[in-house]
Design a protein around this ligand. Structure first.
Ligand SMILES: [Zn+2]
Length: 192
């Protein structure tokens, strides 16, 4: 019931965004609330494919299947929160009260539209981006991976933790290190 209410709410917001021209076509389907994030999944983007793309079932502290049966939203919830804790561990930063948003757009085109509209962003024209002023990670469904999401989560943690933000290059090095360490742990680094 709550989920239906939420979906109705987001469809209304989506309609408003379309009318106001803020978003050209991307509308959202499932909304998944985790401990650390609200995830807005694009309409027609399959939650099970998203779970597969971010390799949710392979994440380190993952035990959702045993605890919550095979409900796919629980799999995503556990996967995302596990990934966030891994990012915090890699940075050795603890921010238990963190809350952010992950917007999953269908493709790189929509992510790039966000990227080109905010001066605070560090990188542009990429399949994913963290926008500090929105405290939101935007990611392309087509391109999403756990490493990519970990990279953007690292930007979110750094941006939230430091009162004075480190220089953009330092932030990029740290986010790159987190992405590398997560991919290494998951065994998804390219073979030499
Ligand atoms: Zn980055």
């Amino acid at each position: 019931m709550k989920k239906l209410k939420n979906q109705k709410k987001y469809k209304l917001i989506c309609s408003w965004l379309l009318i106001s021209g803020f978003v050209s076509f991307a509308c959202f389907g499932d909304v998944i609330e985790t401990k650390y994030f609200k995830i807005n999944l694009c309409d027609n983007c399959s939650p099970s494919s998203f779970a597969e793309k971010i390799n949710a079932t392979a994440l380190f502290r993952f035990d959702a299947l045993s605890k919550n049966g095979s409900d796919i939203n629980s799999v995503i919830r556990e996967g995302i929160d596990s990934l966030f804790l891994e990012v915090c561990d890699a940075l050795d930063i603890k921010i238990q009260s963190y809350r952010g948003t992950i917007v999953v757009f269908p493709d790189i085109v929509e992510v790039s539209k966000i990227a080109s509209g905010d001066s605070q962003i560090i990188e542009a024209g990429l399949p994913s981006i963290y926008v500090p002023s929105h405290n939101t990670i935007y990611i392309s469904f087509n391109d999403a991976t756990a490493g990519m999401l970990a990279h953007e989560m690292a930007h979110a943690v750094i941006s939230t933790y430091f009162v004075v933000a480190p220089p953009p290059k330092v932030q990029e090095i740290l986010a790159g290190y987190v992405e590398y360490s997560v991919r290494k742990k998951m065994g998804v680094l390219p073979q030499k």
